[in-house]
Design a protein around this ligand. Structure first.
Ligand code: 5GP
Length: 187
């Protein structure tokens, strides 16, 4: 059975991090693809664990070398999935990619058997409440994130699966079931 790339997208504030964390606790063979980014680390983020934090020059070098499976620029920063790392991890189990829709589209093109899953908030009001609840974001940033969220949520139609994060535990279980089901499909 071939391991697949599992792409998880969803608007900022939808709780992707929590859901992914629960999934990896429940299924130890899942591996997380660590992206490279030019954005600075947030408090508590560890280089090589949450992201590889690189300079714009290094990121450009990696683009030129064809080192990315996909990459995208948004919110004034670059984000990309290092190809080698994802391929290496696929030898041991399904690999989770926490990436936005432009990247998801590129992954589907280069790896058609990738499984694309979009996480929706229970409602728009709830998404806004969660974004505000973080407390570290200015009104301008909240407005920008909500605009971006609106665009991202419109992309969900071409994903293979759409799930709702009404409860992180339940949502994690639902995605794990999708991963188990798709692993049994022949293609
Ligand atoms: P944040 O800066 O909040 O960690 O991430 C912002 C957005 O970038 C999230 O929607 C996340 O899914 C997306 N993202 C993170 N890594 C990658 C990547 O390697 N490629 C793409 N295309 N998007 C990414």
């Amino acid at each position: 059975m071939k391991n697949r790339l599992i792409v998880i997208s969803g608007a900022s504030g939808v709780g992707k991090g929590t859901v992914l964390g629960l999934m990896m606790k429940k299924r130890q063979d899942l591996r997380f693809s660590v992206s490279a980014t030019t954005r600075p680390p947030r408090p508590g983020e560890i280089d090589g664990v949450h992201y590889y934090f690189v300079t714009k020059e290094r990121f450009q070098e990696m683009i030129d070398q064809g080192a990315f499976l996909e990459y995208d620029a948004h919110a004034a920063n670059y984000y990309g999935t290092p190809r080698d790392q994802a391929e290496e991890k696929l030898k041991y189990g399904p690999v989770l990619l926490d990436i936005e829709p432009n990247g998801a589209k590129q992954v589907k093109q280069s790896a058609p058997d990738a499984v694309l899953i979009f996480i929706m908030p229970p409602s728009r009001a709830e998404l806004e409440r969660r974004l505000r609840g973080r407390g570290d974001t200015s009104e301008d940033q909240i407005r920008m994130r909500l605009e971006r969220a609106t665009w991202e949520m419109k992309q969900r139609d071409w994903y293979d699966y759409v799930v709702t994060n009404d409860d992180a535990e339940r949502c994690a279980e639902e995605i794990l079931n999708i991963i188990a089901d798709t692993a049994m499909e022949t293609h």
